[in-house]
Design a binder for this molecule. Structure first.
Ligand code: DLZ
Length: 142
């Protein structure tokens, strides 16, 4: 696809740390709209946590979209759960890129604390949702 206006986007959003994922989603949508993507070409699906982004993205890959954006935020806690969720999510989404119908953009923050997540979802390090939108447009064009 060469025309951004023709591209169809699927966005899968995790509800864990929803203050952060909402800001990532809004950054992503603002960037898509600024590139003239129409609302009618964007589908949004919510899932409970980042681990569920894998299945949600797989479902979205089969909804006639050109690219999927997976949005989540995992914040380190006291146990090793963080590592399992981050590993599974990134490998699961990698597998969808290898085997699925369209690319999946990984927009999952993996931070040590809330401050780091705030800094990357519209704070001093920008908004990774905006970067994901640009990556998605580039991949939909391939
Ligand atoms: C269980 C869990 C924990 C502890 N932390 C996070 C997190 O920081 N970010 C996130 O997106 N999800 C978290 N989850 C939920 C898991 O992703 C998943 O929803 C559950 O393990 C159920 O499969």
């Amino acid at each position: 696809l060469s025309e951004v206006k023709e591209m169809k986007f699927g966005i899968v959003v995790s509800n864990w740390n929803s203050n952060i994922t909402n800001d990532l989603l809004n950054g992503c949508l603002d960037t898509l709209y600024s590139k003239k993507v129409s609302k009618s070409n964007i589908k949004i699906l919510n899932v409970p946590g980042s681990f569920e982004l894998i299945y949600g993205s797989k479902v979205m890959q089969n909804k006639q979209v050109d690219v999927v954006i997976a949005i989540g935020c995992v914040i380190r806690g006291e146990t090793r759960h963080f590592d399992f969720i981050c590993n599974a999510t990134s490998i699961g989404i990698k597998d969808l890129n290898v085997n699925g119908k369209c690319p999946v953009i990984l927009c999952v923050l993996t931070d040590d604390n809330l401050e780091q997540s705030i800094a990357r979802s519209g704070g001093k390090y920008g908004n990774k949702g905006c970067e994901a939108a640009i990556a998605a447009i580039k991949m939909a064009a391939i």
